[in-house]
Design a protein around this ligand. Structure first.
Ligand code: ZN
Length: 203
């Protein structure tokens, strides 16, 4: 039977196959150690895979009444470059009218110049992965500064340690909820103890 929304295991299978989910011994720029790493753009480099993931997420979002009733006059918003292919895929699946994406300039997240107050439709924020939720929170503030309303949020992967809702009552929909394991330093890290070689990751 064809599943309308793929299971978490099926999505993890896609992420493993494309190299977007990696197992090993990784060190983040913060110094934290972890035995797994998501490099999500590797899943979005294949058009067919990108479409499967974005369509699946769009189905989770469409279930929300506030989103389905506002279509097509909604904006799909990406907090950064990683979410852009997700935003375009979800927009396509929902026939939403607008897409925006934020970028970081000199440490501050912002939209491109000349996006005016009052032009932005009610917003659905989407991303490829939510690790801490900080990017989403900053994007909620950006949207609110533009006088627009956030009506939904979705991601391909959400770490269970991240918030599961934004703006008090808007659930963060995700295809995978991942129980991420971190060690604050190498002293606590099981892979360091076993002498496994380290890979440094940039994000
Ligand atoms: Zn380690």
């Amino acid at each position: 039977m064809v599943q309308l929304i793929p299971s978490s295991d099926e999505v993890m299978g896609i992420l493993k196959r494309t190299g977007a989910f990696r197992e090993g011994h990784f060190v983040y720029p913060s110094g934290k150690h972890t035995p797994h790493y998501f490099q999500m753009p590797l899943a979005f480099r294949y058009y067919d895979t990108a479409r499967v993931l974005a369509v699946a997420l769009s189905r989770l979002l469409r279930i929300e009444k506030e989103i389905s009733s506002a279509l097509p006059k909604i904006a799909i918003i990406s907090p950064g470059p990683g979410g852009i292919p997700v935003a375009f895929g979800v927009r396509e699946a929902l026939s939403a009218e607008q897409i925006y994406w934020a970028e970081r300039e000199e440490g501050k997240r912002m939209f491109r110049q000349y996006v005016q107050k009052g032009e932005v439709n009610p917003c659905v924020i989407v991303d490829d992965i939510i690790r801490s939720g900080d990017a989403i929170q900053e994007t909620v503030r950006l949207v609110e500064e533009l006088g627009a309303k956030v009506i939904g949020c979705g991601t391909i992967v959400r770490f269970k340690s991240a918030p599961d809702q934004i703006a008090e009552d808007i659930p963060i929909k995700s295809l995978v909820e991942f129980d991420a394991k971190f060690y604050d330093t190498g002293d606590d890290c099981a892979d360091c103890k076993s002498g496994a070689p380290v890979e440094h990751v940039r994000f």
